[in-house]
Design a protein around this ligand. Structure first.
Ligand code: ZN
Length: 312
C-alpha cells in the first residue's frame, strides 16, 4: 500500500521573484495527512491568504500559473508543485513571503534539493489517486492536450509525452516521453529549465514583467543560439521542461493521476483547460485509494506503482 507523504522537518530558502524581481522567502512546513499542498501568502510578516493548490484557485495562466483567493495572488507556483508531485509529496504548508514563488534557477531542481534536504516522511493514511478510465482532449488551434487511461498491465502512474515545435535552429521539433514509474523525475525532468526568446524578454522588461529574469534563471535564445554561457543541460531540455510544467499543472487536480498525458505545443493555459475538462467529466475517471485497489479483485491489471527517488 502507498501512504501519504510529508516533509520530515521545516526548511526555507530565499530567491528572486521572476516577475517582480524582488527577493522572496519560501518556507516549506510538514502537514498532517489529508491536508494537501497549501500556499500561504505573507506580506510584511503577516498572513494575507491561504490558498489550496487546486485548479479552482487558478486565476491566471498567461506567463506562469498563478493562484488567487480573496483578491490576493501567489504566482509562479508550477515548478514547486511539480517538485512535490515528482517526489510523491502530498502534504505541505508553503509560506511565500511575497507575491510569487521564487524562480530559483528556472527549473524544479532547487526545490527537489530543498525537499530532499528536509527529508520525506511516510504518513499513516493511504494515498488516493485519480485513475483515468476514459479520455479527455482539449484544443486551441493546432495545440492540443489529451489525458487518457494507462494501458492494462502497465504501472499505475502518470506518463507524459510532450511534443514541441519551434521555428528556431536550436529547438525545432522535439518530443520527450516520461513515465513516472521507470525514469527518475529528479534526474531526467527536474533539472530542465524554463526558456524564452530574447525579443520576448526585452518586450516583457519594457512592460515591467520578468524583472527578475536573467540568464541565471532561464535559457534565453537569440535568433540563432543559446545565450547562456554553459549551454543546455540536455539537448532536449525544452521538451523536458514542458513535461516538468505538465507535472506541476496536473497536480492541481489535488491527487496524483494514473493515466497517460500527451501534450502538443501546450502551455499553462491549455494544461489548465485540460485539468478543468477532466474534473468536469466525472465518467472519465475514478478515485482509487491504494489499499482498495491493491486488495480488490476488480482485475484492473495494474501493477504496484513504484516511486523512484534517486540519491543524487
Ligand atoms: Zn515552467
Amino acid at each position: 500500500m502507498f501512504f501519504q507523504r510529508t516533509l520530515k522537518k521545516e526548511i526555507s530558502c530565499v530567491g528572486i521573484g521572476l516577475h517582480s524581481g524582488a527577493k522572496v522567502k519560501l518556507v516549506l512546513k510538514p502537514a498532517a495527512p489529508g491536508h494537501g499542498i497549501k500556499l500561504q501568502r505573507f506580506d510584511n510578516g503577516k498572513i494575507v491568504t491561504t490558498i489550496p493548490a487546486l485548479s479552482e484557485y487558478v486565476v491566471d495562466t498567461s506567463l506562469a500559473t498563478t493562484l488567487g483567493r480573496d483578491g490576493h495572488v501567489i504566482g509562479t507556483v508550477e515548478h514547486l508543485l511539480s517538485a512535490f508531485s515528482g517526489l510523491g509529496v502530498d502534504n505541505v504548508l508553503v509560506e511565500v513571503h511575497g507575491p510569487e514563488v521564487p524562480i530559483m534557477d528556472g527549473s524544479a531542481n532547487p526545490f527537489v534539493y530543498l525537499i530532499k534536504t528536509a527529508g520525506v516522511k511516510r504518513q499513516v493514511d493511504a494515498k488516493s489517486y485519480i485513475r483515468m478510465v476514459g479520455t479527455v482532449t482539449v484544443n486551441d488551434g493546432d495545440k492540443w492536450a489529451r489525458l487518457g487511461p494507462q494501458p492494462p498491465s502497465s504501472d499505475a502512474s502518470l506518463s507524459i509525452i510532450s511534443h514541441i515545435d519551434f521555428d528556431h535552429p536550436v529547438i525545432g521539433s522535439q518530443s520527450y516521453s516520461f513515465s513516472f514509474s521507470d525514469v527518475s523525475y529528479d534526474r531526467q525532468i527536474s533539472r530542465a529549465r524554463t526558456f524564452g526568446f530574447l525579443h520576448e524578454v526585452e518586450w516583457m522588461k519594457a512592460h515591467n514583467l520578468a524583472l527578475g529574469g536573467s540568464l541565471d534563471n532561464a535559457i534565453v535564445l537569440d535568433e540563432f543560439s543559446v545565450m547562456n554561457d554553459d549551454g543546455l543541460r540536455f539537448v532536449d531540455e525544452f521538451a523536458r521542461h514542458k513535461v516538468l510544467d505538465c507535472f506541476g499543472d496536473v497536480s492541481l487536480m489535488g491527487m496524483p493521476v494514473i493515466g497517460v498525458l500527451e501534450a502538443n505545443k501546450t502551455g499553462h493555459a491549455l494544461n489548465h483547460k485540460l485539468v478543468q475538462a477532466v474534473l468536469a467529466k466525472a465518467e472519465a475517471w475514478e478515485k482509487v485509494t491504494t489499499g482498495e485497489w491493491l486488495d480488490s479483485s476488480t482485475g484492473s491489471g495494474f501493477t504496484v506503482p513504484r516511486l523512484v527517488m534517486d540519491g543524487s
